[in-house]
Design a protein around this ligand. Structure first.
Ligand code: SAH
Length: 341
């Protein structure tokens, strides 16, 4: 196994069969090499992003997601511009220099509505990065929002394999369109993040290698991966959650494939294991995304069951995160945390 890990570090890629072997690697040498590569690029810094979950309305019906249109039990909400700006204000005082506006695909937020919100954040916080994570839109829309002041865009590709993608999404969604959106976003000058769920129903080792090869081709600035976790009010509510070890191995593999990649230790990882995010950082992740959404809506943005931190104030989340990160020898940094090229 060591030779394979060294080979990946050196050549940044492997054959399909070699990748598959590494997925099930039980040797902590993988984490050690990945962490040392992350240290060489980003030092002991862990970047934080303030997540503002501003709407849970969604027109899509992805089979795994708790806020899918078909979930009639979800209590829906939208934040106003003032509420969003208030989240940014609190976040700035806590040291956040990146705000992530995430939501379902909510038709209420037209380009005009979003442009108004983004340009106000841009004017008020010139030293901050604005990240959007609001799904598939037209190339024109991406360009407009970029012009209004958005810097980055997170759009997980979910799974690079066509058949697997179709099994997790309704007929009107296509993997080709999702990938096309990522290329459009890059073209519009965004720092782009793709990513996928680990252990989603029907996922095979070959599908995961497809994901790795897609990431290799796209060369994103960020890649978000976290375990799939079932939500009881969705068609996939009876499925198993993705595993910790496989997720950590993948964080390490991504770090070795692309040393400068921004890789979050996700909330989903912290949900399947109380120390999941610490393990994630020690396996090569270098970003955390504490929640800045108002307490009143926290327990409504439920993509999966048992999500952590739904009752904590933003300040509590940041302090908790700072302590956790310190305890493993790292530092939560006040910085935009751009990708180093
Ligand atoms: N509407 C936006 C944001 C989606 S939510 C978009 O389309 O990009 C952010 C991510 O949460 C999704 O991309 C998906 O990978 C993840 N997610 C959704 N349901 C999940 C589940 N049940 N378990 C784990 N992750 C999930």
């Amino acid at each position: 196994m060591r030779e394979l890990i060294d080979k990946l570090e050196e050549t940044k890629t492997l054959s399909r069969n070699e990748f598959k072997k590494l997925l099930f690697c039980g040797n902590d040498y993988l984490f050690k090499r990945a962490r040392s590569v992350a240290d060489a690029v980003y030092g002991k810094n862990i970047f934080m992003r303030g997540l503002i979950e501003f709407t849970n309305h969604c027109k899509n019906d992805c089979l795994y997601c708790g806020i899918r249109a078909g979930n009639k039990k979800a209590a829906r909400y939208r934040l106003s511009k003032d509420e969003i700006l208030d989240c940014c204000k609190k976040g700035y005082a806590l040291g956040f220099r990146t705000f992530v506006l995430q939501g379902g695909e909510d038709l209420y937020y037209t380009d005009d509505v979003l442009t108004d919100i983004i340009s106000d954040i841009r004017t008020a916080y010139k030293d901050c990065a604005i990240t959007l994570s609001i799904g598939e839109r037209s190339a024109e829309s991406y360009a407009k929002l970029r012009k209004a002041g958005a810097d980055r865009y997170l759009l997980r590709h979910e799974t690079a394999n066509e058949t697997h993608y179709r099994s997790l999404h309704p007929k009107n969604m296509s993997p080709a369109n999702r990938k096309q959106c990522l290329y459009e976003l890059k073209k519009s000058g965004y720092q782009v993040g793709c990513g996928f769920m680990v252990g989603s129903p029907g996922q095979t080792p070959d599908h995961i290698v497809d994901d790795l090869l897609f990431i290799k081709e796209l060369q994103p600035h960020m890649a978000g991966i976290g375990p799939f976790i079932p939500h009881s009010d969705t068609p996939l509510g009876g499925s198993w959650a993705g595993g910790l070890r496989l997720t950590l191995n993948l964080l390490s593999i991504l770090r070795l494939m692309q040393p400068n990649l921004l890789i979050p230790a996700t909330t989903a990882l912290g949900t399947i294991d109380p120390q999941g995010r610490e393990h994630g950082i020690l396996a090569g992740a270098n970003v955390v995304m504490p929640n800045l959404s108002p307490i009143s809506v926290r327990d409504k943005y439920l993509l999966y069951d048992n999500k952590i931190c739904t009752g904590d104030e933003a300040a509590e989340c940041v302090n908790c995160m700072r302590t956790r990160i310190k305890s493993i020898g790292y530092e939560l940094t006040v910085s935009r945390g751009d990708c180093i090229f």
